[in-house]
Design a protein around this ligand. Structure first.
Ligand SMILES: *Cc1c(COP(=O)(O)O)cnc(C)c1O
Length: 412
């Protein structure tokens, strides 16, 4: 046998990039360092200790006392799918208020879990009032309300603080996808009455995609546990049949709970390097301070907003409900959106985001998240954006964006 002929590339050597889109973003350097630490075996005491530490750190990140706080291995939608598949049974009514692309994702996953899905929609760029959500809860009588907190597709941040009380009043489980918002915007799982919440690392938490932090209330754990009991054949009067469940193995939160719980019952092989990375994301956040990190995102977001407005760009959506960490701007008439974005990337090494659905080709999305929620990243992006806009014929004031953003930092 001869070796197969294959052109062997050099070692991985990515170009220098400043990731200022809606995610993924440039990771904190210490997160990348943590991820290159040596591996240990999955039953090594160091491994179990690291899992326990990570759980404790994420309780503080989520602002919860939930025992059931852990990681699902996979990108953010692994967390979403684990939560929904484990909390609903076929035929259960699930209510999904949709205000952007990720609401559609929650509805689709609930449909695949064979739920009876009911949606309400609001125009892109808006959020729901608690009254609109309560009206739908009363009408639909769902077992689960699935609601995105921050939807990067529209940049909106749905207020959640009054929703938990509505759900509790009507006996509804309350789940939120906080992937885009956690760490850069307020989130108080216990105070807001969340039963389940999931996230990812590649937004405000400042890591790569590939790990999904999740937290479950006791009520949610009881739902998960009752399924496990029924599946084990221990049925109580009124219990459904186990064949009424969609039974994922990988996303079985009961088994994942047993893996992260005191018994450490092996389920999968915990993704060691992702665990290290997730631990470091939470560690750097808590070292700086949860409130301080949110304030840093608020400041960077305010500076970026002032900067793009000073460049004469029109901001999309209801600014009062914008997430701290991302802004959408309308592409000026006559500027070829994709070409200008490509010029930012090739000439300046800066990535900003395009858009989906109704906003496709209409807006760019610019993020200031995690490690990149920094003054220098904001000013560098604005000066490059100004140069590119001018190159494509837009009339933009010289240094207007940079000065307006710097003023926000100076006034702080
Ligand atoms: C970015 C984002 C995701 C991403 O999911 P992945 O599986 O990590 O790609 C999920 N939900 C929301 C609300 C997001 O903004």
């Amino acid at each position: 046998m001869t070796n197969p002929t294959v052109q062997i590339p050099g070692p991985i050597d990515p170009p220098a990039r400043l990731l200022m889109g809606p995610g993924p973003i440039s990771a904190y350097p210490s997160v990348l360092t943590a991820m290159s630490a040596a591996l240990v075996g999955q039953y090594d005491p160091f491994m179990t200790r690291t899992m326990t530490e990570t759980q404790e750190l994420y309780r503080a990140v989520w602002s919860t006392r939930n025992d059931a706080t852990m990681l699902v291995d996979g990108t953010s939608r692994a967390g979403i799918e684990a939560a929904i598949v484990s909390l609903v049974r076929p035929g259960d009514r699930v209510l999904v208020p949709i205000f952007g692309r990720f609401g559609h994702l929650l509805a689709e996953i609930a449909e695949r879990a064979l739920a009876e899905v009911h949606t309400i929609e609001t125009e892109w760029g808006q959020v729901f009032t608690p009254a609109a959500i309560e009206e739908a809860v009363v009408r639909v009588k769902p077992t689960l309300l699935a609601l995105v907190q921050g939807d990067t597709s529209t940049t909106m941040n749905q207020p959640l603080d009054e929703i938990g009380a509505i759900c509790a009043k009507h006996g509804v489980l309350f789940y939120s996808d906080a992937t885009a918002s956690l760490g850069g915007n307020e989130f108080d799982a216990d105070d807001w009455g969340l039963d389940a919440a999931t996230a990812g690392l590649q937004k405000c938490l400042g890591g790569p995609s590939g790990s999904a932090p999740i937290t479950l209330s006791e009520r949610a754990v009881e739902v998960v546990r009752s399924r496990a009991r029924i599946e084990a054949g221990i049925r109580e009067p009124g219990d459904p049949d186990a064949s009424d469940f969609v039974r994922s193995n990988y996303f079985d939160l009961g088994m994942i709970l047993d893996y992260w719980g005191p018994r450490r019952l092996n389920h999968h092989t915990e993704a060691t390097s992702m665990l290290y990375g997730a631990r470091e994301c939470a560690r750097v956040l808590l070292l700086e301070g949860r409130d301080e990190v949110i304030a840093r995102h608020r400041l960077a977001g305010a500076a970026m907003l002032a900067g793009v407005q000073a460049l004469g760009l029109t901001v999309f959506g209801d600014i009062a409900h914008k997430m701290n960490n991302v802004v959408a701007v309308e592409i000026p008439d006559g500027v070829p959106g994709d070409e200008a974005r490509a010029a930012l990337l090739t000439d300046f090494g800066i990535e900003i985001g395009t858009s989906f659905g109704p906003l496709h080709g209409r807006v760019w999305r610019i993020g200031t998240m995690g490690y990149n929620a920094r003054q220098d990243a904001v000013l560098t992006t604005l000066s490059a954006l100004e140069a590119v806009l001018r190159r494509y014929g837009a009339a933009v004031p010289v240094a207007g964006g940079v000065e307006a953003a710097a003023d926000v930092y100076r006034g702080h």
